[in-house]
Ligand binder design. Structure first.
Ligand code: NDP
Ligand code: PYC
Length: 344
């Protein structure tokens, strides 16, 4: 019988990378994909942790991702850094472009990284967090595939379109938020379906447009935007900036291209980095204490900062290891032993 286990982040990294390499991902692709999945599991972000391995393998099995892609960086002296992911996962493309994005943002005050032609399944907080480590503020966004109805409508049009923001802090972990512009990530709906749990009300409508708490009916219907018309508009902004503007697929186009939501979506991503020092230079320079006063005021009311739960989970994982359920241990074993043939 398989038992629950606790693994160090390093041990889990080895296991996950071995699964991807054995399944045929090149080291260029397997390393960054493994890093983002293990970071999600370590930080208790279950909707983008090891549960995503099977979806990545399915995407590979169905030939929807290029396992050998070597991201191609196009660098000039402008503020726009471009990486052609060449049909590989976004994570390798981000790792290829991030150092140049950081250097450009520090030199120019702001710069953007455009990733084109990537397969995207992951959380965005690792990316904005990586940029805060360079002393930069950052915004990241991408479309997905059409699974979310606009407010007032009932048919899937936009994606769950994540939006992440990071702000660097000298003496604390950065201020980071990262959320789907749907009420929750689609991965959360999947996890409710797998656990046999109903959804909270207000998350989704079924295929006929009626409200539903049944995860399967929600997956066949449409999710709803967060915050009504406001989330709906932000989601559309992401379609425009990180789809139309960067010359890549919008969520309905990504769904039409793939034909289903069974594999990870193919589209682009936009990441914008800002140098707070450069912006503040003409106004007497940056005073980070003013940002800290805002954060303290939040905490002073008994509220918490976004990512506070995540950083606390990370501290526990780093000190005590990552706790995996018996089902999760069995899933890793099944994928390690069976490779692509273990994936439906
Ligand atoms: P959540 O609603 O779980 O969390 C959103 C953010 O809000 C987090 O930064 C979280 O911090 C913070 N937060 C939650 N509760 C509070 C609170 N009470 N006070 C202050 N802050 C709070 O995320 P979603 O389900 O919307 O998204 C999950 C992930 O899915 C994201 O990482 C996103 O990037 C990813 N995603 C990826 C997509 C893709 O196409 N690649 C598509 C859609 C989503 P904390 O983590 O500390 O709880
Ligand atoms: O959880 O909504 C989601 C999602 C879509 C693509 C990757 N994650």
């Amino acid at each position: 019988m398989t038992m629950a286990r606790t693994l160090s982040p390093e041990a889990l990294t080895q296991q996950v990378e071995a699964i991807f390499l054995a399944a045929g991902l090149s080291p260029v692709q397997a390393g960054p994909v493994t890093r983002v999945i293990v970071a999600g599991e370590r930080d208790a972000c279950k909707s983008h942790g090891i549960y995503r391995i099977e979806g990545c393998l399915r995407t590979l099995k169905q030939g929807k991702v290029n396992p050998d892609a070597v991201p191609q960086l196009v660098r000039d002296e402008t503020a726009i850094v471009r990486v052609d992911a060449r049909g590989g996962f976004a994570n390798a493309a981000f790792e290829a472009g991030a150092p140049v994005l950081a250097e450009r943002a520090q030199a120019l005050g702001l710069a953007a990284l455009v990733i084109n032609d990537c397969t995207h399944f992951s959380a965005l907080w690792p990316e904005v967090e990586a940029l805060t480590a360079h002393g930069l503020a950052a915004i990241a966004m991408c479309p997905s595939y059409a699974t979310v109805a606009p407010t007032g409508g009932t048919k899937a049009l936009m994606g769950t379109n994540p939006l992440a923001f990071g702000w660097p802090r000298a003496a604390h972990p950065p201020y980071v938020f990262d959320f789907a512009t749907s009420v929750a990530a689609r991965g959360e709906v999947e996890l409710h379906r797998i656990a046999g749990k109903p959804l909270p009300e207000g998350w989704a409508v079924d295929a006929s447009g009626a409200p539903t708490t049944d995860p399967a009916a929600a997956l066949a219907g449409a999710m709803l935007p967060f915050g009504g018309h406001k989330g709906s508009a932000i989601s559309m902004m992401i379609e425009l900036l990180a789809g139309v503007m960067i010359g890549d697929m919008t969520s309905p186009e990504a769904l039409a291209f793939l034909g289903s939501t069974a594999t990870a979506p193919r589209h682009g991503e936009l990441i914008i980095a800002f140098s707070p020092e450069r912006f503040a230079a003409a106004r007497g320079g940056l005073d980070p204490a003013r940002a800290e006063a805002l954060f303290d005021a939040v905490l002073g009311q008994g509220a918490r900062l976004p990512s506070q739960r995540r950083f606390a989970a990370r501290a526990v994982s780093d000190a005590l290891g990552i706790r995996l359920t018996a089902e999760e241990v069995a899933m890793l074993q099944r994928l390690r032993d069976g490779g692509l043939s273990a994936v439906s």
